[in-house]
Each structure stands twice: as C-alpha cells, then as structure tokens.
Design a protein around this ligand. Sequence first.
Ligand code: ZN
Length: 348
Amino acid sequence: MLPYYRRVHRKADGRELILYGLHPLEDPPLPEPALPYSPAPHLRYHPLRREWVVYAAHRQERTFLPPKEHCPLCPSREGGFPTEIPFSRFQVAVFDNRFPSLVPSPTPPPEGLPVPAGEALGRCEVVVYTEAHVGSLATLTEEERLLLAWVWRERYQALYALKGIQFVMPFENRGEAVGVTLHHPHGQIYAYPLVPPILERESQAFRERPVLLELLPHLEPYRVDQEEGFLAFVPPFARYPYEVWVVPWQRHPGLWTFSHEEMAAFARLLGRVVARYDALFGEAFPYVMVFHAAPLGEERTFHFHVEFYPPKRAKDKLKFLAGTELGAGTFVVDALPEETAKRLREVL
Ligand SMILES: [Zn+2]
C-alpha cells in the first residue's frame, strides 16, 4: 500500500470528512458553521423502462458556480470564508455530499404513489483531488495522482463493506457542458442500493463471455495511449466521437486487486488521457468519466474499466442527446472511432 496518512473528522453538521496526505495531517480544525443538512431522497420505479428513478428535491438548493473566493472545496483560511473543509491544508479530501441523492439513513418514501417506491439508501461522497483551486487529473503531479488512486481504492473497499450496497461508482463530471456546478478539481462516488441498468447489462455480457479480453487484441487501430498492463482506446462501438475507455489487459474486478505497479500505471494513463483531451482543442475538455467495477456478486467475471464520455464533437460543437438517442436509445455518431482515436493518439 502507498504509505499515506488518513484523518477522519466529524463535521459540525454530523457529516464525515476524511483527509488524506503523504505527510501527517495534524493541524487543529478551524471553526466551521453547521449548515442546514436534512436530505430526504426516495426512489420510484419506472414500470416501462424497469428501472429506478431517484427523487432528491433538496438538490435544487445546491451551490451553483460560486466565485473562486467562495469555493466550498478549497481549504479554509483562518478568519476567511468557511469551506466544506475546515483545515488549512490537505492533499485529497473525501466528505459526504451535502446534497446527496442516496443517504445512509433514508426516510420512507411518500405513501399513496401509483408506482412502487423505495428508500434511497446509499452514500454520495465528494472527492476533492487537490487543495489547489485550478487543475485537473492531467495537471496533478504523479505522486498526487497516485495518492488519489489509492483513495479511490480505499473508498471502494469501505463502501462495498456497508450493508445493503450493491454497486459503487467513482465518477467525475468536468466542465459546465456536463452540468458542473463547482470548478475546483473534484469527482464523486455513489454507493447504490441496487445494480443500475447499465451495470446490469454489462454484468450479463461478462457472465456470458469475457468480452473485453476477446476484444483487446484487436484494438490497435483504436489505440489512444498505453501503459504497462493498460490500454486506452476509442471503442470501435463508441457512442460519442471522443469516447475513451481505459482497460487493464488482465481481468480485474476492480482497482482493489491491482498490484502496486498497476496502480501507478493506471494513475499515469488516466492523467495522460485527460492531457490528450485538453491538447485536442487547446482548452479544458468537458467529459463525464465513470469507473465500472464489478457490482456485488459479479467479481468472478466482471472486467473493470473506465469510460470517458465527452459531449464535444468539435471545438465549438456539443453533441446533444436528442430524438433517436433519448427516445429510442440508438446513438447516431458523426465521426468514426478509428479517426478520433488517431487524432487523440497524435495530439501529444
Ligand atoms: Zn476551490
């Protein structure tokens, strides 16, 4: 294991905050206000799509694009604006989202609904990548990125150990084009009480065949980048022009089974994929990045991978999901994966 320090702090409103660092974190906490915190999300069942929808009305009040000096993810300063993190320094910070879609102690759903309803059990965490307000996975130092990878690994293990959790997903929404409300480099982790539909379909595919192990030897024309043990590529079946997947050559259920060398190679490759995106149009490239690890019980066949979904199809053009994508689930893509892969491969 990477020798890192870990410090658990209980926030004034009862939420948990964990600080991680390569150096001891011994500063006393700064004063913090107890912010109103009373989320009450619930689930309702969609009888035609056969999937659950989360209702979290309290999320409307969440912080929207604050100015830099009011960033809730920056370290706090003595006498300054109190942020979510009442410490003057840290390297990575993880805390319970103040506007969660899933909560550890859910309230019962409203009664009398004409469809099945359920409790929104789970956890929603915010993962702050760095204390620096500006940056990205690409600009972190190699050491910082590796620490972040170990934090993801630790959160996977902690969240899968909770009763009732079926699936854990770290993800990052980057850029206003994908609805980001805070610019400070950060991601999130959702721990779900169910296996979401996309993961259910992927799990079924892996139960039937080792799909990625079969595909990997044929991906040279789609290769974007690589590290020892890992390949980054635009899938030959990409649904977004600049979609990229990062996949270990060996099947792993999640990054919790990576060796030390694999952790380091994985962290480096993620950073370089983002660096390639940013080099493509000379600006921060918006994307949604999701980690797909094995849902509970699928560890024997599921093949861990990371999927990047950038909404851009050109520098000034966004790909919108419209009639055929939203209404039918069939994507129409106006660029061939082998061509966008070449662009991403040659850009650095
Ligand atoms: Zn900030």
